[in-house]
Design a binder for this molecule. Structure first.
Ligand SMILES: [Zn+2]
Ligand SMILES: [Zn+2]
Length: 161
C-alpha cells in the first residue's frame, strides 16, 4: 500500500537518516527544541519529516516534557504550528500497537485511525470523527480525519493568527 508513495519520500528519508546525531536527533528536531524557528522552517522546506523520532522516542509532534518552562512551550507551539502549515508532502502512514498521541493500546474496540496530514496512528479520541478538513495541498478535496495538532494548525480559524 505504501509502495507508490515511497519514491517521493526517499530523498527526505535518506537525508534524515544520514544527518542524525548519536542520540538519533535529526537537524529538524534539534532546531525545534532549541527554538530556532528559522532553521526549522528551512529544514521542513528541504524535506524534513515531522513524525521522525530520536532514539528516546521523542519527536517534534510529541507532547512537551513536564518541566519545560511555559515560555519555551509557547514558542515550541508556535514553531510547530508553522512547520505543520508548511508541510507539503503527504505522509507515509505510521503504524504501531499504541495510539501515538495518548499511548492507548489498540484493541478490537479501540480502533486505529490515521491523521491524513502527519501520518500518525491515533485512537478515535485523538483523531476524532468531527475533526476533519480537506487537504488541498495533498490534493485531498474531501474532509479527512486529522489529529488535534494538525487540525489546530490547519483550521482556518487558527491559520490567521
Ligand atoms: Zn489517543
Ligand atoms: Zn496529524
Amino acid at each position: 500500500m505504501l509502495a507508490p508513495r515511497s519514491r517521493r519520500w526517499s530523498f527526505g528519508r535518506l537525508a534524515e537518516t544520514l544527518q542524525r546525531d548519536k542520540l538519533g536527533n535529526t537537524p529538524l528536531l534539534l532546531a525545534y527544541v532549541s527554538l530556532n524557528g528559522v532553521v526549522a522552517v528551512e529544514l521542513i522546506r528541504r524535506g524534513g519529516l515531522l513524525p521522525t523520532k530520536n532514539l528516546a522516542g521523542v519527536g517534534v509532534l510529541d507532547s512537551f516534557p513536564p518541566d519545560l518552562p511555559p515560555e519555551a512551550a509557547e514558542q515550541r507551539t508556535a514553531i510547530r504550528r508553522k512547520l505543520l502549515e508548511l508541510t507539503d508532502r503527504e505522509p507515509e502512514w505510521l503504524d504501531g500497537p499504541h495510539c501515538q498521541i495518548c499511548n492507548t493500546k489498540f484493541t478490537l474496540q479501540i480502533r486505529k485511525h490515521h491523521c491524513r496530514h502527519c501520518g500518525r496512528v491515533a485512537c478515535s479520541k485523538c483523531a476524532p470523527k468531527d475533526r476533519k478538513l480537506p487537504l488541498p495541498k495533498f490534493k485531498l478535496d474531501k474532509p479527512e480525519r486529522l489529529c488535534e495538532l494538525c487540525y489546530d494548525a490547519l483550521s482556518p480559524v487558527n491559520a490567521a493568527s
